[in-house]
Design a protein around this ligand. Structure first.
Ligand code: DC
Length: 212
């Protein structure tokens, strides 16, 4: 069983995907981390994220990089969004994601194009979204909690602008843009807390699988 979880940045899709994987006892892959590792490796190589050849060369990143906490930073997220525009990068990362998706026993993958490109054959497709304002608020909370005492240094308006920029790049790229698969269940978590969002998703998944 493949569960595809797509959606924009800070929609809560990562937490939901992780919890679904735990619930069903299958492995989980956060595919954004692959693009983040490529973005980080471009920077380490002194290359340019907007140049396809530089981004492609960075796809050769060492496996340890996937565990580096710097991958979670906003800066690396921006680089990831830029390298993810290049078709050669997407092609280079395809096989790894496809192999993970099709492993015996099933898997949960979250990203932008899981239901549309990586696993169009997934039994369950989810598209998790929330308003820009709410996603910015969640990201701000996450960041201020991580930097206790520095709230004033992280303006909410800047985070919101960054999210809008990132959404536009992910939605408007020609190759594998961010969009819900026609057969995806779209779940808007704007007015849900984390637990409520997970329960809504789990109910929808169970119904789709005929387990409700
Ligand atoms: O989910 P995230 O914020 O970690 O993803 C970082 C960037 O990687 C995102 O802006 C676009 C890109 N990405 C992608 O193009 N396709 C995926 N399946 C996952 C991420």
């Amino acid at each position: 069983m493949i569960i595809a979880v797509d959606g924009p940045t800070a929609s809560g899709k990562g937490t939901i995907a992780k919890r679904l994987a735990e619930h069903f006892g299958v492995p989980h892959l956060d595919t954004g981390l692959l693009y983040r590792a490529v973005g980080r490796q471009v920077a380490l190589n002194g290359g340019d994220a907007d140049t396809e050849a530089d981004a492609l060369a960075a796809c050769d990143f060492p496996d340890e990089l996937m565990h580096d906490p710097v991958l979670r930073s906003e800066e690396t997220g921006g680089l990831a969004s830029r390298v993810s525009v290049h078709p050669a990068v997407r092609a280079a990362l395809f096989e790894r994601q496809r192999a993970f998706a099709t492993q015996p026993g099933g898997a949960v993958l979250d990203g932008r194009d899981i239901g549309t490109v990586i696993a169009p054959d997934a039994e369950v497709k989810l598209f998790i979204t929330a308003s820009v304002q709410e996603r910015a608020r969640r990201r701000w909370l996450e960041m201020t909690q991580a930097h206790i005492g520095r709230e004033d240094e992280i303006p909410l308006a800047e985070i919101e602008k960054d999210i809008v920029r990132r959404d536009a790049r992910d939605i408007n790229r020609a190759d594998a843009p961010l969009k819900a698969a026609p057969d995806a269940m779209v779940i808007d978590t704007t007015n849900f807390g984390k637990q409520e969002a997970f329960e809504a998703v789990l109910d929808a998944v169970k119904e789709r699988l005929g387990l409700a």
